[in-house]
Every structure is written in C-alpha cells, then in structure tokens.
Design a protein around this ligand. Structure first.
Ligand code: P5A
Length: 444
C-alpha cells in the first residue's frame, strides 16, 4: 500500500477523552472513530489488525477441531424466555421491537441460539462430541463504556459452544479450549494467564478468565509470580488426547491465580511464599465455562444415549474478546512514540520511508523494495508522500510497524538502506536486497 493512496487519518493532537494509552493511540493512529458511546467504526488500519486477530483465532479453533459458522446479531426474545435469561439479564441487554410487535434483542452472547440449532438437528450421542463457534458482533449496554474498544457496547467476540454426552467429555472440551487459547494468545504476542473467576450471567462453577497483566486493566488480580515464567511455546499437542489437555491445564492452573471476586487471602498466603505473591491489574481477554445442563435441560436439547434413553447434553461456552484484544495488545506493547505491533498481528509487515521523494534514485530504490516485498507475499506500507523526514518517521513510529526501511540518496551512494527495528530502535545499513531477505527470514 502506498501511503499517498491510503486512508490513514492520523491525529496530531492527543484526544482529551482518551484516558489510557491504547485508546489514545488507536485514535491518534487513525484506527478507529467513535460513532456513539462505546460504538466504533474500524478505519482501514484498525480493521486490518482486527482481521489478523480473527484469522489467528480461526486457525487455532480449527486446529483444535472446532467448526466455524455464523449466527445473526439479532435474536428472538422467545428463546431467551425458554432459558429464563430474558428477565435475568437486566439492562445490559438491548431489547428491540420489530414492526410486527415481536420482541427481539441484539445478542450479548449466544447460548440460547446455539442450543436451539443443536436441538433442531442433533438427536444421537453418535453425533457427539461437537463444538461450533463463530466470530460475531455482540452488544452489551454497559453502564460505563470506556477505554475505547476495551469496554465497548458493541464488540467483536469469538464464542464457541461444546456439546457432549457426559460431564467428563465436556470437561475435556473445557481443557481443550484452555490449551487452544494459550496458543492463540501467544501467537498474538501476549501472555494471557488463566485465572479462577466468577461465572456471572453465563453460569456454572467451572470457569477461568484469561488475563493480560496491565496497569490499566479493569480487573484486580492476585497470583503466584512463577506463573509468568510459563510459556506454551511451539509444542505440538493432540487436541483429542484427554491426558495431554489435562496435563497442560494442570501446568497452567495449579498455581494460585485469581481475580479479585474469587480471591481468598488465607489461601493465597498458605499457598504462595511471600516473595512470589503478586497483586496487580489485568485485562480480561477471554473466558471459558462449563455449565453442564443449564441451557440444554430447560430448552430440551437432548440426545439419545447408548442405552436408548434421552439425556440432556453437557455444554460449555468459550469466549475471546477479539476487538478488546486490539486494545490489550497495544496496552502491553507501546512506548511514548506510539504502538509497537508484535510481528504476528502487525497491519503491515514493514514501512518504507523515502527520505527524498522525487529523487529518481531514491524513488527507484523504494519502488524496487516495495515490489520485492510484495512478490514475497509481504505487505509493505510505502510512505511516498512529499513530506519531511521527521514527519514520516513520527507517523511510522505512531502506527508501530515492527520494521522500517529508510531509503535516501546518501545511503544509496554507498549502495545501502537502513533497516530499523521499532522495538529496539536499532538500525543496520545493508544493501536493499539484503534488507528484503532479512524481512523474508523474519516473516516467512
Ligand atoms: C463465552 C462465550 C461469554 O459471553 N458466552 C459465549 C460466554 N463470556 S464473557 O466472558 O462474558 O465474554 C467473553 C469475552 O468477551 C470480551 N468482552 C468484551 N469486550 C469488549 N467490550 C465489552 N463490553 C466486553 N464484554 C466482554 C471479554 O474479553 C470476555 O472475556
């Protein structure tokens, strides 16, 4: 993409309404624009990051054996009356009436809708286990939407639902989700720690929230500092293996880690030596639940078991806050100049800065680098505007691409360009082809 042809409405001024770095930086970098409280348009740069996160989520869900689909945003109130949640959900639910006077709602989550789909089409235990998921916009009329996309009213969620014959099978589905989430967040460059939490309106006793530690996080957390040394890494695991999934769950959840609603100071002190006790704040980027037959029983979602008897299925649901993650990644990775994208989620792989637009040699070298990166399947952002170097650098630093190639007549005289890491600020001079090769090694 050529910056002169792109739509990147960066702001010079720091927007006064933004209280935390990610919100400020998303507005300044032209990623989002508020349309009303807690509701945002995703401008091209923000949309690109959102799509990248969605892709990672899809890839990891499919790897775990889960099946993608798409449910609507609007749901019938009648389904929610069956589960009893229409009244229980309260003012966070946006209720709508259509021209036929039918009650609808903008879905805050989809347990009822998916249970209805299941009961209409599945009748035998032979069709289990089954996990379906989608990535779809949700609406929760939060009393205090704030921090930009972190606590929006409209937000993008991946929500998955498992259907199993027994509690034991459903707990394997729970463990499998935990494992696949660890992998998902790591691919986004994040450490998200599973912590014991409250289940709230979704229900059930078995639940973990995934928290990214950040001073601006909305949740208070208490944990054993040893947890922060754990990495999922590139281990290969068989998602069908009950033992492997259970072992990983044990590894990542056996140490004390709880959100403040579940915190127990006596247990904390008994289980964790003083020098490892940490109290901090975190951003909740996902949550998994096992709630047994809470929806299947009242809604009649049963299967015929091996003995011919109809039994309600055991279920769980599992959510990732996809739009919130954009903010969470920025909270975890920025400096005073702007965003620093992890390579796995960056909107463009590298920026090309032409220090002397209009100089035929500099223009030619930039075009050649641009073309070679594209030929490799990488996406460069070429700042081909007629602007001074300082302004170009400031824009690149603000939007946070991990690598920048700077091209100017002086370097070209010696046959070199400069390759700079956004994270370390370290630069090296090298011939243009080598800069391209280096990026290929990093990304491909
Ligand atoms: C699990 C999937 C559920 O709704 N039902 C379907 C279950 N869980 S949850 O914890 O309530 O939400 C899942 C994740 O969505 C994100 N999230 C939000 N993101 C931005 N703005 C909001 N207002 C908001 N509310 C929830 C969180 O990341 C949460 O973990």
């Amino acid at each position: 993409m050529r910056l002169s042809r792109y739509f990147l409405p960066v702001l010079k001024e720091t927007p006064s309404e933004a209280q935390i770095a990610s919100h400020r930086l998303m507005l300044r970098a032209g990623m989002i624009k508020q349309s009303s409280a807690g509701i945002y348009s995703w401008l091209p740069l923000g949309f690109k990051v959102l799509r990248k996160l969605e892709n990672i989520v899809h890839e990891e869900q499919v790897r775990a054996g889960h099946i993608p689909m798409l449910m609507p945003t609007l749901q019938s109130a009648d389904l929610w009356r069956e589960s009893g949640r229409y009244d229980a959900y309260g003012p966070e639910m946006l209720r709508i009436r259509d021209r036929q006077d039918r009650d609808l709602l903008y879905g805050p989550t989809n347990e009822e809708l998916i249970t209805d789909i299941f009961r209409s089409h599945v009748g035998s235990y032979r069709d289990l286990p089954l996990t379906l998921y989608h990535i779809q916009w949700k609406f929760r009329d939060e009393i205090r939407p704030r921090f930009g996309v972190m606590r929006g009213r409209e937000f993008l969620m991946k929500d998955g639902y498992n259907f199993d014959l027994t509690k034991e099978d459903a707990l394997h589905a729970y463990n499998r989700h935990l494992v696949s989430y660890l992998r998902t967040y790591e691919r986004m460059g994040l450490q998200a720690i599973p912590m014991r939490a409250e289940s709230g309106p979704i229900g059930g006793d078995n639940t973990h929230e995934f928290l990214v530690l950040a001073e601006t996080g909305e949740s208070g957390v208490f944990y054993d500092s040893e947890i922060t040394d754990l990495r999922f890494g590139d281990r290969e695991i068989d998602y069908n293996s009950v033992e492997q999934c259970a072992e990983i769950l044990e590894e990542f959840t056996s140490r004390y880690a709880r959100t403040d609603d579940m915190h127990d100071q006596d247990a904390f002190e008994a289980q964790v030596p003083e020098d490892r006790r940490r109290e901090a704040r975190g951003i909740e980027v996902g949550q998994i639940f096992y709630f047994g037959t809470k929806y299947s029983e009242p809604m009649g979602a049963t299967v015929q078991g091996p003995d011919g008897k109809a039994v309600p299925v055991h279920m769980g649901s599992h959510g990732i806050g996809v739009s919130r993650l954009v903010g969470a990644i920025i909270e975890a990775s920025h400096d005073e100049k702007g965003i620093i994208w992890p390579e796995g989620v960056t909107p463009f792989h590298a920026g090309i800065v032409n220090l002397k637009q209009g100089d035929s040699e500099a223009d030619g070298a930039c075009e050649a680098i641009y073309a070679s990166l594209q030929a490799l399947g990488l996406e460069p952002l070429y700042d081909d505007r007629d602007e001074r170097a300082g302004g170009k650098f400031a824009t690149m630093d603000l939007i946070g691409l991990p690598w920048r190639i700077t091209v100017g007549p002086r370097g070209l005289k010696n046959g070199v360009v400069e390759l700079t890491s956004r994270r370390t600020s370290q630069s090296e001079e090298l011939p243009p082809e080598q800069a391209v090769e280096k990026l290929a090694k990093i990304y491909l």
